[in-house]
Design a protein around this ligand. Structure first.
Ligand code: COA
Length: 260
């Protein structure tokens, strides 16, 4: 890996929209640990920056990400896998509280697909392909490629993707709910920016609370989830944005969100 090459490119795309671009083209954006760390750091930074209201994660126009870096696995044994730092980076990425949108062109494999599932909404170019091919290597997914995938697309589709290692098309990923929107090849990033701009223009606290409540589906039984949802809902009633949103509706004008 070249020390000169920035692993992650960062660009402001529109008001409130930050684009983070995986940048290891020579290794098909394989999510080596330093790249995963850079992504976690960038999201921590974005979390603290009030000007950022939505983040897009993307790859190049040819590939999203080819999975974890297989070279890092060559020498790793059980002790190394158990003490791996990667789960801590994944937790930080998964715990990002602002809306996260993925823009995918080309291959989205293994850890790439696990990263996609950390995002709240995904836009894919029609030729994108999604897969969890880890069993081809005699291992299995380790960052949501069974636990999250099966909750998201159902047991049968997850079994097919993981046990057979078969990639699925963008249209199938959309039908399964893995991606939100399929667009023409090459248009994923611009469509994701459009989607992110719409989110960025909406009430930030409402976005955050709603994201947290929808994601709690994965963790909570229904009765506890309804309680969590009610708490998230109630907390918004102390916000300036709730007062502004309701007043703007009654005044028949656009709301001016402050995120407070
Ligand atoms: N980890 C490390 N290096 C990877 C990689 C990965 N997951 N995926 C690709 N690379 C490297 C290749 O080793 C090659 O390196 P080299 O030029 O030094 O030989 C380079 O990226 C280009 O790969 P190549 O296979 O020639 O590209 P391609 O465009 O023909 O195919 C893929 C792209 C994504 C289909 C193919 O690279 C692939 O199947 N990758 C592995 C996917 C996988 O098993 N992911 C799960 C990992 S747990």
């Amino acid at each position: 890996m070249s020390a000169e090459l920035p692993l992650l490119l960062s660009e402001t795309a529109a008001t409130g929209v930050l684009v983070l671009q995986l940048n290891r083209p020579d290794k098909r954006n394989a999510l080596a640990t330093p790249l995963l760390a850079a992504l976690a750091d960038a999201l921590d930074h974005a979390a603290r920056d009030d000007a950022v209201r939505c983040v897009i994660v993307t790859g190049s126009d040819k590939i999203f990400a080819a999975g974890a870096d297989i070279n890092e696995m060559v020498e790793r044994q059980v002790a190394g896998a158990l003490s791996d730092v990667r789960p801590a980076f994944w937790r930080r990425i998964r715990g990002f509280q602002k809306p996260l949108v993925a823009a995918v062109e080309g291959w989205c494999l293994g850890a790439g697909n696990e990263l996609l599932m950390c995002c709240d909404l995904s836009v894919a170019g029609r030729d994108a392909r999604f897969g969890q091919p880890e069993t081809n290597l005699g291992i299995m997914p380790g960052a949501g490629g069974t636990a999250t995938l099966s909750r998201l697309v159902g047991r049968t589709a997850a079994m097919r993707m993981v046990l057979l290692g078969d990639p699925i098309s963008a249209d199938e990923a959309e039908a399964l709910g893995l991606v939100a929107l399929v667009v023409a090849t090459g248009a994923a990033r611009s469509a994701a920016v459009e989607m992110a701009e719409r989110i960025a223009a909406r009430a930030p606290l409402a976005m955050r609370q709603a994201k947290a409540s929808i994601n709690a589906t994965f963790d909570l039984p229904h009765a506890a989830h309804l309680g969590f949802e009610r708490q998230a809902f109630s907390a918004l009633f102390g916000s300036d944005d709730k007062r502004e949103g309701v007043a703007a509706f009654l005044d028949k004008r656009s709301a001016n969100w402050t995120g407070s």
